[in-house]
Structure formats: C-alpha cells, structure tokens
Unconditional design. Structure first.
Ligand code: C2E
Ligand code: MG
Ligand code: MG
Length: 577
C-alpha cells in the first residue's frame, strides 16, 4: 500500500484541458508556396488543417480557408496566389489558445468569436508544440463532462446519490425477483477525527482508498455510490441474505486494514447497515428504493450504537420505526442547517425571593417542512453522533449572546443559560468559542450561564474541570443540569467549579405526592447551599410544587407553571400568579 496523492488518484476525473483533447498537426513553414499547400490538401482528403510556422508564431490554416481562397474571387484565386506563400493565406486574428486552458473557458472564448469563425478548428499551443482541436470536439466533450459530473462524485469517481437513485429505480422496475434485491449502507467510524487531526487532504486520500476497496467488492450489475462525506451505499441485485451478510462482513474486515497516507498508518473501521426488500414494508410517501436506503441507513446507526465496526440489520417494524425515523432526521439535518431552521426559545427562571424572571434558559427549536417540529431531546443525540453538535453548539452560543446583548441594551438584562453537550467539552472548543462570542457581541460574561450534564463532567473529569475553571475565571456561571438522573454524586458537586445545580424534573414531579421525595430534594438543596451553590428546580407545573420548593428554600424554579419556552419577544418580565 503506497502513499497516494488524492489528486493523482482521482479516477475518471472528467475535466480535461485543451492539450488533452487536441491532436498533433502537420506543421509547414510560412515560406511554403501556396501551390505546395494546395497539393498537400489534395493528396490527403482527410486532412482538415495545417499549422503554419512563421518564426516563433503558429497559425492554423484549414482546408476551407485554402479552398475558399483558391477557388474564390470568381476563380482567379489560383492565379492571384501563384507566387504567394503559406503566410499570405493565414487569416487575420486567427484563434490560438494555450493547451493548459480548461474546456469551459475555451468554449466561452469560442462563443465570443464572430458567428462565421465559431466553427473553425482551433489551434492549441502546448509545451510539446502546436496541436489542433475541432470546436465540435470541445463541445461534445464538455457536454459529456457535464453529464458525468452530474452523476458522479468528483473525489472518488463513484456514482453519486443521483445516479444511485436513477439506476436503482430502473433496476427495481426491471427486477423479476424483488426478494433478492438489497441495499447496504456503509459509514466509516472515526473518520471525522482523522479529518480533524490530519487535515482534509489525508481525509480525502482515505476516502479514495476506501472507495477503491469497496469498488473491488461489487459486481458489474451492482451500483456502488458515494452519498457524501464518509457515507457509501451499495445496491445489490440478486443476492440472498447469507451472501449479503458475507459482503457486509468483508467490508467491515476490509476497512480495518490500516490506510497508508502521508507516511502515517491510519486505522479506521466501518459500520454497515443492510436491508433487503422483504425487510421494508410498503411506505406510501417513499419509493421502494428510498425506503430501502432509509432502512439500511437506520441499520447502520444501529451498528454504530452497538459499538461500531460491525454489521447490523433491523428486525421487524417494532425496532425499525424509531431507527428509521432517526435516519430520516439525520437526512433532514443538512437542509435545516442550510435554511437556518433552528431557533432559540427561552424559558424563564423565576427567582423565588425577588419574584423576577431575570434569568432564562435557551432551548433549541426546529420545525422541519417534512417532519414538523422535532424535539431537541430527539435531534441533539443524533447531532452528537453525526458531529453536527459542534456546528449547532457554535450557533447556539452566538445567538444566545446576541439575544442577551439585545436585552441588555433594551434595559431588561437577562442572564441566558445555554446547554452544552459533553462532546463540546471533550473537543475543548467551548472556552475559545464562548470567549470569542462574548467579545464579538460586547456582552459581559456574567450574563451567560453554561449548563452541563453530569455525564458530561464525568467522562473526563480533569479535562472538564480545567475548562470549566477557565469559564469561571472569565466570569461565566456554570450549572449542573438534570441533577438526580445520573450518578448524582455529591462528590461531583464539590469537585466541579459550579455555581448552580438544577434538580431534574423527575424529582420535582413527585415532591407534592411523596414526602420521602420532598425530604430528598430538601437534602439536595441544603447540601448545595452548604457548598455555596444556588438551586433551580426544573419542570414545575403545579402551584403546590412551587410552594413546597419555597419552603425547602429552593432559589429559582423553572417550568410550565411559570412559562413554557417561548420566542424572545414573548417572555414575561415578572411572573404574575
Ligand atoms: P434540559 O436542558 O433539561 O431542558 C429542560 C427541558 O424540559 C426542555 O425540553 C423544556 O422545554 C422542558 N420543560 C421545562 N419545563 C417543563 C415542564 O414544566 N414540564 C415539562 N413536561 N417539560 C418542561 P426541550 O426543550 O425539549 O429540551 C430537551 C433537552 O434537549 C434539554 O433538556 C437539553 O438537554 C437539550 N437541549 C435543548 N436545547 C439544547 C441546546 O441548545 N444544546 C444542547 N446541547 N442541548 C439542548
Ligand atoms: Mg438545560
Ligand atoms: Mg434539565
């Protein structure tokens, strides 16, 4: 396995320059007598043009020009040119283009020519000397390239999603026995880390090598496509379940052989989801192929969730439904990012001592044209898996800072709490991103609070502590979210540089019906206070919960009783009982 360059290995790269298309031409000197030129053309009926060399300059002389000149002028041409040489016949402003010029640029130049000159052959000056290309060759090649580009992935040369869809639909229509039709969905594990660590060029090289390994596993009747990023799909005709499983196993195995790139031995693996026609119930809104793809995509997610580097297949609709929905959400995310379909709503936190709502929590909202409104509880975990969490995390921070600044400038300052995913902490991006956003928006740090979950802090405690400490130093406050759902360790409350604890809704739900639960919550509140932390109760829905929490000396409450999360302009300044 030698080192390869991404560009060098690009297969079937359709875009060529003029030099690739032009062919060698017969060269004659400018001093050649016209009679000789005439003879050359008469002797070879296939010859379309000659190149005339005049010192260091080259000109193109086409058969049409020669014939027009010699037979034109009422038949006096031959006589008139009896003593002339080739250089006299060269038309003025004949077009010569450099060999390195791309085809579409050349086409643009040709189209700018006066109409009668647009059909002539074109002289191409290459480092190896002059060559000739016909205009029709250029245009034919260009349209072939456009067709090719529309149906192929430019990095690997594999068919793209469009071709897969077109060929797949046609194959399915023609297939006699639908039960032997299958789709295989392949996604590399850990590819994002490679891209982030070694750069996109090496990432590209791995994709090209991986595509090559996959290419060797398909038969001519199958379609292998790159769907984008590190996702590939295979459409297999005429296989049974065992054969399909064997191919999928080979892909997983094949992906585990290290890739050599830029002197590194890089290890990745692949997760593969498989689906056969029999797995997929008829779905009205989807073509059979779409349904198969989505099913295989869902199975791929299952393989990832089961620990990656393996093959999965969904059994039965019971299991398929949520996973297929998950796959659909993932499929809709790029469009959501593109159209900026994510907005922040804000839920007020009522300060029980002052009666004011001067702090809010920012919560993501996404309404998709196909899926309707999707809960962050559903799409955040999917984004964590796809790596989109970093992108959305940056947007949330920036939008929250912008909104906090608007409130500050309007004379109604509110502290905004943003939820931060464990992965943002693990990627160590949160500190610089938040500092930059505060600076960009001119926002004092005390108007931002970061909410982390217990799980987040525990995965890598020393690293989490380091980053949170930096945020504290900068003036940002930090709340531990959903307290009570995870390990709920009091030791954690002590070791993390927190300012607040949010008690999870599951505890608050029962405090007004179970005295044991109320006692427990009271204990948490007292302990938190002893550690110098403030306490927020989440999910308060009933007045009696609020009263109990007041008795237990809880500091702030948040929940539908006060307000649901709402658009920023709809926020109440105070809570009116
Ligand atoms: P969370 O941070 O614990 O947010 C509180 C959730 O409880 C919100 O759900 C909120 O709408 C809901 N809630 C608040 N009061 C009540 C109540 O009285 N009754 C009931 N039944 N629910 C209440 P939401 O907006 O669906 O968010 C769910 C979770 O998604 C959040 O839980 C948070 O973990 C995550 N999330 C939301 N926005 C973001 C974000 O911008 N970034 C990240 N990383 N996660 C987010
Ligand atoms: Mg939260
Ligand atoms: Mg919470």
């Amino acid at each position: 396995m030698g080192t390869i360059s991404g560009a060098a290995r690009r297969r079937d790269n359709p875009i060529v320059c003029l030099a690739d298309l032009a062919t060698g031409a017969e060269i004659v000197s400018g001093a050649t007598p016209v009679a000789e030129i005439d003879r050359v053309f008469r002797a070879d009926r296939q010859l379309g043009s000659l190149v005339v060399q005049d010192d260091d300059d080259y000109f193109l002389l086409t058969r049409e020009q020669v014939e027009f000149t010699l037979t034109g002028r009422l038949g006096y041409g031959r006589g008139l040119y009896a003593r002339a040489t080739a250089r006299h016949m060269v038309p003025e402003n004949s077009l010569a283009l450099p060999g390195s010029m791309g085809l579409s640029k050349a086409a643009q130049r040709i189209l700018k020519l006066p109409g009668n000159q647009r059909y002539r052959d074109v002289l191409v000056l290459t480092v190896d000397g002059p060559r000739v290309v016909s205009v029709s060759q250029i245009f034919e090649r260009l349209s072939a390239d456009f067709r090719h580009a529309a149906l192929h992935d430019s990095l690997t040369g594999l068919p793209n999603r469009r071709q897969l869809t077109e060929r797949g639909a046609a194959t399915l229509d023609d297939a006699g026995d639908l039960s032997r039709f299958a789709v295989l969905y392949v996604d590399l594990d850990g590819f994002k880390a490679i891209n982030d660590t070694f750069g996109h060029q090496i990432g590209d090289e791995i994709l090209v090598s991986f595509a090559e390994r996959l290419r060797q596993m398909v038969r001519p009747t199958d379609v292998l496509a790159r769907l984008g990023g590190d996702e590939f799909a295979m459409l297999l005709v005429d296989v049974d379940a065992d054969q399909l499983r064997a191919i999928a196993d080979r892909i997983v195995l094949g992906s585990s052989v290290p890739f050599a790139a830029d002197g590194h031995q890089l290890y990745v693996s692949a997760s593969v989801g498989i689906a056969m026609t029999g797995d997929v119930a008829e779905e009205q809104q989807l073509s059979r192929l779409d349904a198969l793809l989505r099913h295989a995509d869902g199975a791929m997610i299952k393989a990832k969730q089961a620990g990656k580097r393996q093959v999965a297949r969904l059994d039965g609709q019971g299991e398929a439904a949520p996973i297929v929905r998950n796959a659909l959400i993932r499929r809709r995310l790029p469009a959501a990012f593109e159209t900026n379909a994510f907005v922040l709503h804000y839920q007020p936190q009522l300060d029980l001592a002052s009666g004011e709502c001067s702090a809010v929590e920012a919560l993501l909202r996404w309404t998709d044209p196909v899926l309707g409104s999707v809960s962050p509880a559903e799409f955040i975990p999917i984004m964590e898996l796809s790596g989109d969490i970093h992108r959305i995390g940056r947007r949330v921070i920036s939008q929250a800072c912008a909104q906090a600044k608007l409130w500050l400038d309007a004379g109604t300052p509110r502290r905004v709490a943003v939820n931060v995913s464990p992965l943002q902490l693990a990627a160590r991006t949160i500190v610089p991103e938040l500092e930059a956003a505060l600076e960009r928006h001119g926002l004092p740090a005390h108007l931002i609070q970061v909410e982390i979950t217990e799980g987040a802090a525990i995965t890598d405690l020393p690293r989490a502590i380091g980053q949170l400490q930096r945020l504290r130093t900068a003036g940002v406050s930090i709340a531990l979210d959903d307290y009570g759902t995870g390990f709920s360790s009091l030791a954690l409350l002590r070791s993390l540089p927190l300012t607040a604890v949010k008690i999870d809704k599951t505890f608050i739900d029962t405090i007004d019906s179970s005295s044991a639960e109320a006692l427990l919550v009271g204990g948490v509140i007292d302990t938190a206070h002893a550690l110098g932390l403030t306490v927020t109760a989440e999910g308060v829905e009933r007045p009696c919960q609020l009263e109990l929490l007041r008795d237990l000396r809880c500091d702030t409450v948040q929940g539908y009783l006060i307000s649901r999360p709402v658009a920023p302009e709809a926020l109440p300044a105070r809570w009116v009982d």
